[in-house]
Design a protein around this ligand. Structure first.
Ligand code: 2BA
Length: 94
């Protein structure tokens, strides 16, 4: 089993969650804040079997895109979603 930790910019989160729900993919939504910009984003925890990952990545990709933001004198590119995909040693439902 894998865990997708997806940090999604707030402007895309409703569309991302709707698309996941339409595809019957379970998720947990956590409010989070970017350390650099200190603006709100949302972290999704999605526990899945490994073979579902490509489909889920495509679903999320279909709903978000990177945007350019001015930060002082610099222009930075903020990802619509940043995904970390990690191994789950054990999942227990009690
Ligand atoms: P923030 O930390 O607010 O970062 C927003 C954007 O600012 C980043 O976009 C990146 O373009 C820029 N940035 C971040 N740290 C920087 C630094 N030290 N110097 C220069 N520019 C910097 P993304 O990379 O797409 O990240 C979007 C959000 O995803 C981040 O919000 C953070 O909440 C999360 N994130 C991204 N990479 C992460 C990582 N390696 N570990 C944990 N969270 C991460």
């Amino acid at each position: 089993m894998k865990l997708i930790i997806a940090i999604v910019q707030d402007e895309y989160i409703n569309k991302v969650i709707r698309a996941l729900m339409e595809n019957k993919i379970r998720t947990t939504k956590l409010s989070s804040t970017g350390g650099f910009l200190k603006s709100g984003n949302t972290t999704l925890l999605i526990g899945v079997e490994e073979d579902e990952i490509p489909n889920i990545v495509e679903i999320i990709k279909g709903q978000c895109k990177s945007t350019k933001v001015r930060e002082g004198d610099n222009e930075i590119t903020v990802g619509g979603a940043n995904l970390f995909i990690v191994d789950v040693d054990e999942y227990v439902k009690l």
